[in-house]
Design a protein around this ligand. Structure first.
Ligand SMILES: [Zn+2]
Ligand SMILES: [Zn+2]
Length: 332
């Protein structure tokens, strides 16, 4: 089979990845062998390719928004049959025994491993996944529409929860890519007023089309104070900007795995009056099941930018250059 590998992480994306012939992996005990039908292109893949997140495995195959079908079951797997449609997401494995795993916070497990970082992911014809970490997927969506739900959707869903938006509250969304455009729809369905702040005119238009109350530039002041905000853009400069847009007692959640440096905060201006700044670290499987169940009950609009699997490097370069409005998805 063919697989894209991260060979030379760095800012030159045309050199970072190479598509090479490799042996089809064997499913280990407890794993599924999955034929890839579509794989979303996440900003985290860009961070891995660019070296912002050093690879955990030499020549790793990126991709953790995988929609595929089961080809083969590893020893001991029950509950799946060849042909079943499954989703493979970022969280690949946890220890199941530590204090975090036992308390419903498996996203914080120190032993956790990740698809497309610690283990080969979905920029390939086939991949493997521990059956316990594979997701059932909702009906009514194409494989290309399902793919972005698996990270962009799930992480955004967790970030929205971490932002503690009150019912009917005012939500600010900073940056409006794959994750934000799905999260906005979840918030809108829950009755929020959504204000989107992003530099891209196309993304502003998408936000308004999806029902946002306003859309402005990334550094603009929203038209009303915010009860909660989620920062999706990996831009630390926006942290004080978003904190200053919060109402007293409001919360800012930073959704990304990587953020450029945050400038010095001013306690009086940015944090006092009980404004809260929180990070979001991966997700639990429960977050994933909740988001996918939400998507089954509410038809989300997924803005898909399809690319053939052979053009993964182009898709990453387009994402890096802000040429993707919505979600880039590689189609097998
Ligand atoms: Zn654990
Ligand atoms: Zn991701």
């Amino acid at each position: 089979m063919l697989a894209w590998q991260v060979r030379s992480p760095g800012s030159d994306l045309s050199q970072a990845l190479r598509r090479v012939p490799v042996v089809v992996p064997r499913p280990a005990p407890g794993e599924l062998l999955v034929a890839v039908d579509a794989c979303g292109v996440c900003r985290t893949d860009l961070h891995v390719a660019a070296g912002d997140l050093p690879v955990h495995r030499a020549s790793v195959v990126p991709g953790h928004e995988v929609v595929g079908h089961v080809l083969e079951l590893g020893a001991g797997v029950t509950g799946f049959r060849p042909g079943d449609r499954v989703g493979v997401a970022w969280l690949r494995e946890t220890c199941g025994a530590c204090r975090y795993c036992r308390s419903g916070a498996e996203n914080l497990c120190p032993q956790s491993r990740y698809t497309g970082w610690d283990a080969d992911g979905g920029y390939a014809d086939c991949t493997t996944v521990p059956a316990d970490f594979a997701y059932a997927l909702p009906d009514g969506y194409s494989v290309a529409e399902l793919a972005p739900l698996l990270c962009a959707g799930i992480i955004g869903y967790r970030a929205l929860r971490r932002a503690e938006l009150p019912p009917g509250g005012r939500l600010g969304i900073y940056g409006f890519g794959a994750s934000a455009h799905l999260t906005a729809q979840v918030a809108l369905a829950q009755g929020a007023r959504v204000h989107v702040l992003t530099r891209s005119p196309q993304a502003q238009k998408l936000a308004l089309d999806l029902g946002a109350a306003s859309a402005g530039g990334a550094y603009d002041v929203p038209p009303e104070p915010l009860d909660a905000a989620v920062l999706f853009a990996p831009v630390g400069d926006l942290v004080p900007v978003a904190l200053q847009a919060l109402e007293r007692g409001g919360t800012l959640a930073v959704a990304g795995i990587h953020l450029s440096d945050i400038p010095t905060l001013d306690y009086e201006r940015d944090l006092f009056q009980e404004r809260t700044l929180r990070s979001v670290t991966s997700n639990t499987r429960e977050d994933g099941r909740e988001l996918l169940s939400f998507a089954a009950g509410h038809r989300l609009t997924v803005a898909v930018n399809p690319y053939p699997m052979a053009q993964a490097g182009i898709a990453l370069a387009d994402l890096a250059a802000d040429r993707v409005n919505g979600a880039a998805v590689l189609i097998a």
